[in-house]
Design a protein around this ligand. Sequence first.
Ligand SMILES: Cc1cc2nc3c(=O)[nH]c(=O)nc-3n(C[C@H](O)[C@H](O)[C@H](O)COP(=O)(O)O)c2cc1C
Length: 327
Amino acid sequence: MSNNASNARDFRVALGQFATGVTVITTVDADRSPVGVTASSFNSVSLDPPLVLWSLAKGARSMQAFQESGYFCVHVLGASQEDLSARFATPGVDKFAGQDWARGHGDVPLLPEYAARFQCKTTHMYEGGDHLIFVGEVLDYAKTDEPPLVFHGGRYALAKSKGQGERPGAAVDVTHGTFTENFFLYLLARAHFQASAPLRAEYAKADIDEDEYLTLTMLGLGGPLSLQALQVRLEHTGHTPSYATVSGMIDKGYVTETVDGTKFSITVKGRELYLSLLASSKAIEENFLARFSDAEISDVRNFLQRFIKSTDPGIPDFWQTNGNGST
Ligand SMILES: Cc1cc2nc3c(=O)[nH]c(=O)nc-3n(C[C@H](O)[C@H](O)[C@H](O)COP(=O)(O)O)c2cc1C
């Protein structure tokens, strides 16, 4: 292979086809101060004895610390740790500023968040061209349920499972009355129940049930609406409001009837409750979504939007039809 710039670029691009995880590898310098770098060259070597390897560019500022300390700790980063990866890949900045850490084997800094963490004692160092290859014996390790951050083609990516060889439908065994955790309807239902549990607690505090909560939401989005219009909008939820539902809400002061008695609208007190429940929903959503990356959220949102569209029984688009007094 000739050594010109375009070949070097091609070589790098070809190597980028090998998807890796991303790690932050830490050690200490002669003053026991923390040192760390981002590295994707990490790999497993041996199970018995437990050995791992990685390689560091000879020009790295941290080279001397890694060569001399005798220990290092590999933090396999989680999908949400892109910022940490970027910080530890930037030479010359204070990489540990504002960062919690503790000391582990060989006084090496341990970061608290990771998908997996391996504390190692350096056993071998090998020449590898412009890099030095470090092999370490794993003294201790830990793992979390965080999905890993992936690096592929020079970009961060997410690991996407190709499924566990289970075809759609295979998750349910009707003969034996069992289903696995891949049963799609179970996943959708369980996600819905877990996501809405804190909100259910909020509206229960206001002494309203799910029928009333959904009715309040429809009238909060716009109105006035006839009982029939409310029923058409809510039938798919299994919580179709009856006249008794709406009249109970009139008694509680959340809903009022139009003068001609054909439609219902939200009262000032009803709107206050609606807005406070909407604020709770927003806070609940923020709390849940903080656990996921932007890419994961946008994948799931796109999927759910397509799913809703393709299974829509013909529910009116209430963002379009509400508010103009129609139906
Ligand atoms: C995703 C990613 C993977 C990297 N992998 C390595 C690697 O395996 N070895 C290496 O020497 N540098 C790697 N780097 C670059 C170093 O993190 C970067 O040069 C760092 O600034 C070196 O730190 P230092 O000069 O403070 O020691 C990687 C950078 C990124 C963003």
